[in-house]
Design a protein around this ligand. Structure first.
Ligand code: FRU
Length: 453
């Protein structure tokens, strides 16, 4: 078997960069130099910069044994790629360093991640591990690893699905919300606790979902914005409704309150965080200005990976970061000012070469078309729904859904649309981010923007 090390990964990246075809590689959205990425990990503000780690397989444009890629930015406009931070090089993470998060303590950057282990007999274990760095670049996995295994879980949780710890601090204690699978097939978030980040114990079942809310809740996050508590989860197979949760894997926002005596989250309302085709596994950070910022993977499991099909040597990217504001039980998502300011303004009739920004007041139904005569996407506002429709895009994107997925929409009374274009995407923010729709698009001809209705 191939030995996965940091040295091998970093050398491979440098030696193979010229194999990457940048035709659809985004300009303003984060993507890796080469290879496959999925979830954002370890999203954190450290020593004046935003650090982003990510699920990474550098050796192909498809999912493989997971490493953690790493980059940082001051403004979300330009990113600096850093050496790969974690490779699956220990017994306790030998089949992948799966998703996790970061926390700053004593000017040191701590990571907590899941070690994925496939035993010889095919059984799977997922365990939680810790690594830290004093320079923000090189990480040391601690001797105590694994710091939490399935053995600490109550017996009705399945140890093979115990992953994606998201760290937070409260009243001088450290906690992690972690995804776990309940035997009755309901999504569950467990809470682990620690006084020093090295020794961990089971605290509670923080939240257990209802039967229609999906059988596994990946990548939980827990935070407060303006005093309102939220959980973000990425459920597999949340029951679809007419317009919502229509991706097999959704990103779901649960608002509620925490009973800190019992360490239980009480859910009060549920909504889909983004209504496009490609928004999964969002993760948030808190910065020095007190801003809660979220970023997500701009893709969805089970869907055609276009750059891979085309042999372009890379696959997938992140959404734009969004600053979150409490809006009742919902969250309003705002793209940072610096990001918007860096984008060329687009008008109807313009050709969109790569990135662009369009702002429009909405008075009536409105259908916009981006592309050329026989290869285009449409988006706009019709009969109380803001929508993105990929059905006229020539490059077919199929999924595992048993229902049509070319069109996604959200019910809302729209007054304003903000649209951000990149080489392979459309992101629409309605009424200054009250709702959003994020979709990858792959148009091969000229991308002219027109109003057709
Ligand atoms: C979510 C996910 C996580 C897991 C990771 C593996 O997209 O399935 O649950 O840790 O991806 O790459």
């Amino acid at each position: 078997m191939k030995a996965y090390t940091l040295e091998a990964a970093n050398a491979y990246i440098v030696d193979n960069l010229d194999r990457v075809n940048p035709q659809f590689k985004p300009d303003i959205h984060f993507s890796a130099p080469i290879g496959w990425i999925n979830d954002p990990n370890g999203f954190v503000y450290f020593r004046g910069e935003y650090h982003l780690f990510y699920q990474y397989y550098p050796y192909g444009s498809f999912w493989g044994p997971m490493h953690w890629g790493h980059a940082k930015t001051k403004d979300f406009v330009s990113w600096e790629h850093l050496p790969v931070a974690l490779a699956p090089d220990k017994d306790y993470d030998k089949d992948g360093c799966f998703s996790g998060s970061a926390l700053v303590k004593d000017d040191t950057l701590w990571l907590m991640y899941t070690g994925h282990i496939v035993h010889e007999d095919g059984r799977v274990s997922q365990v939680q591990n810790i690594a830290y760095s004093t320079d923000g670049i090189h990480f040391e996995k601690i001797e105590e690893n694994p710091v939490a295994t399935g053995d600490i879980l109550p017996p009705d949780l399945i140890a093979a699905d115990f992953r994606d710890p998201k760290l937070f601090e409260k009243d001088g204690h450290y906690y992690a919300v972690v995804a776990a699978k309940h035997k009755d097939e309901r999504g569950t978030v467990v809470l682990l606790g620690s006084d020093d980040l090295r020794n961990w114990h089971f605290e509670s079942i923080f939240l257990k979902g209802e039967a229609h809310q999906g059988f596994m809740w990946e990548c939980p996050d827990f935070f407060e914005v303006d005093g309102q508590a939220y959980i973000l989860v990425s459920p597999m197979r949340y029951q679809e409704t007419d317009h919502d949760f229509r991706n097999l894997n959704s990103s779901v926002l649960i608002a509620g309150r925490v009973d800190w005596e019992k360490k239980e989250f009480l859910q009060e309302s549920v909504s889909e965080l983004d209504h496009g085709h490609d928004f999964y596994a969002p993760q948030s950070l808190l910065d020095d200005k007190g801003q809660r910022i979220v970023i997500a993977w701009m893709h969805n499991w089970g869907r055609t990976v276009v750059p891979h099909e085309l042999g372009h040597g890379w696959a997938c990217n992140m959404t734009l970061p969004r600053i979150l504001h409490a809006d009742g039980h919902q969250l309003r998502q705002e793209v940072p000012e610096e990001v918007l300011a860096s984008l060329p303004r687009i008008q109807l009739g313009d050709e969109v070469a790569s990135t662009g920004y369009l702002e429009m007041e909405v008075k009536d139904n409105l259908v916009l078309r981006l592309g050329d005569e026989d290869d285009y996407v449409e988006f706009g506002y019709q009969d109380g729904l803001v929508f993105i429709d990929r059905s006229h895009q020539k490059m077919d994107i199929s999924g595992e859904e048993a229902w049509p997925i070319s069109r996604r929409s959200v019910e809302i009374e729209a007054q304003q649309l903000q649209v951000i274009f990149d080489k392979n995407s459309l992101e629409i923010f309605v009424n200054k981010g009250q709702e959003s729709l994020t979709s990858a698009i792959y148009l091969q001809g000229k991308k002219t923007l027109q109003q057709v209705k």
